[in-house]
Ligand binder design. Structure first.
Ligand SMILES: Cc1ncc(COP(=O)(O)O)c(C=O)c1O
Length: 434
């Protein structure tokens, strides 16, 4: 890294003595000598331990939708925590948060809060299993639904390990996941109508839920092919399967009503976290009243911190802002300019690249003409992407150090930030050899 990095490196070495890899989440470790440590964040920017300032396009993996340290959100949190942080009883504020979620998200009639996306998908899966009396879960390769064992399969393994696309091998993404769970998971390539259809003909009546991200928010923002989400909806109806749309990344980001509004589709259950709380721990899962009503009727769900006041207050203030101001429209307009600019830079340099996703969360895959699933994405130029990222970091722009992770925008990103980013990108593409 050709920028001051001594303090980052010293902190990494100190942290590694007491924390595995020196971080509290595997994804935050980029490697020796290149892992930044943060000192502060404000608006669309953050500063590392060495004082380097970056325009931030990680947005904490998506949660920051208004901007870092948003004043209205922080003010609401400060006001509310003085009235108590946790009571193990229900506050009116959390009722209002769920009312807002129900008002904004077309398919959500009832919901419950959770603390993280992992919890939200875990609870939704239990409800789906309880509702259908079935156990198998179907997910798509390259999608990520949190750290629990049920769906941490075929998320980021090398595509060669997945076997033939007509009979994919479910690959656990960690040691420690019980082998027995292999019996309860089916993994399929995303966007493959035919394989999904055949699999459902064979196993459809054993499947409790099909869970999917609307786009592959954990694999280069690969979009659903036209009709793919509708096809899942139709097949779930045909086989009595619960359709869980994991909106942890898309919710309150690509539209106020998330992918449900964007695509005009109603899943049976949906999961939310990230942008719901603008960086505070807030999450939710919800959907059809008929399904959600079984919670508490022999179906367990809860958690000491599900209504943690900072998270609930932040969710209230974030949703309030989304309801009152054209926030996502503004982000979409700036994000579109950034996407178009990045596309033009690659085109001008004669580099084949697919720039895809939504203006509020997009990325690019280099060296390919199209990418519709993780198997295709694995043919992209990942090393080149990483070298481009290093060159961007040196120019004050920070996307994630993982080519699968989208670039996220927030309301605090200005037109000037977009200009600065495009200048940095143009220089980086000129400088870095493919
Ligand atoms: C689509 C999706 N679902 C679930 C999760 C898990 O959320 P959390 O990290 O809050 O547990 C993530 C996290 O990145 C995600 O992208």
């Amino acid at each position: 890294m050709n920028i001051p990095f001594e303090k980052n490196n010293a902190l990494q070495q100190r942290a590694a003595r007491v924390m595995p890899l020196g971080v509290n989440s595997n994804f935050r470790y980029w490697g020796e000598g290149i892992t930044p440590y943060m000192s502060r964040a404000k608006g669309g920017c953050l500063w590392d331990a060495d004082g380097n300032r970056y325009i931030d396009y990680r947005m904490a993996f998506g949660p920051i939708i208004l901007g870092h340290a948003d004043e209205a959100v922080n003010a609401k949190v400060k006001e509310e925590i003085d009235l108590g942080t946790l009571a193990a009883m229900t506050y009116e504020l959390e009722v209002e948060v769920i009312e807002k979620i129900v008002a904004l998200c077309p398919g959500v009639e009832m919901a419950r809060l959770a603390c993280s996306g992992t919890e939200a998908t875990m609870h939704a899966i239990r409800v789906a299993r309880a509702y259908t009396g079935r156990q198998v879960i179907l997910k798509f390769e390259g999608n990520y639904h949190g750290f629990h064992d049920y769906t941490l399969w075929s998320t980021y393994a090398p595509a060669e390990t997945y076997g033939n696309k007509n009979s994919p091998i479910a690959v656990p993404s960690s040691s420690g996941i019980p082998k027995a769970l292999n019996e309860l998971i089916i993994t399929l390539p995303f966007n493959d109508f035919d394989v999904l259809d055949k699999t459902l003909k064979a196993y459809g009546y054993q499947i409790a839920a099909i869970i999917t991200e609307p786009c592959q928010g954990n694999c280069a923002a690969i979009l659903p092919l036209p009709g793919f989400l509708q096809f899942i909806r139709q097949k779930c109806d045909e086989y009595g399967i619960v359709f869980i749309l994991d909106e942890v990344k898309t919710g309150f980001r690509i539209a106020n009503g998330g992918a449900q509004e964007y695509y005009g589709i109603k899943p049976d259950l949906a999961t939310y976290a990230k942008a719901l709380g603008n960086g505070y721990p807030a999450a939710a899962f919800g959907g059809k009243k008929e399904i959600m009503s079984i919670v508490g009727q022999g179906v367990a769900q809860g958690g000491t911190y599900t209504n943690n006041k900072p998270g609930v207050a932040a969710a209230w203030a974030t949703l309030d802002a989304l309801q009152k101001q054209p926030i996502l429209q503004t982000i979409a307009q700036r994000g579109q300019r950034l996407m178009d600019g990045v596309r033009a830079i690659f085109a001008q340099a004669g580099i084949p690249a697919v720039v895809q996703g939504y203006p509020a969360m997009f990325t690019f895959a280099v060296g390919v003409e199209q990418v519709t699933c993780q198997r295709e994405w694995s043919n992209t130029e990942k090393e080149y992407y990483l070298r481009l990222m290093d060159a961007l970091m040196e120019r004050g722009v920070m996307p994630d150090h993982d080519p699968r992770e989208p670039w996220f925008l927030c309301y605090a990103h200005s037109e000037a930030d977009v200009d600065e980013t495009l200048n940095a990108m143009e220089e980086a593409v000129k400088k870095v050899n493919r």
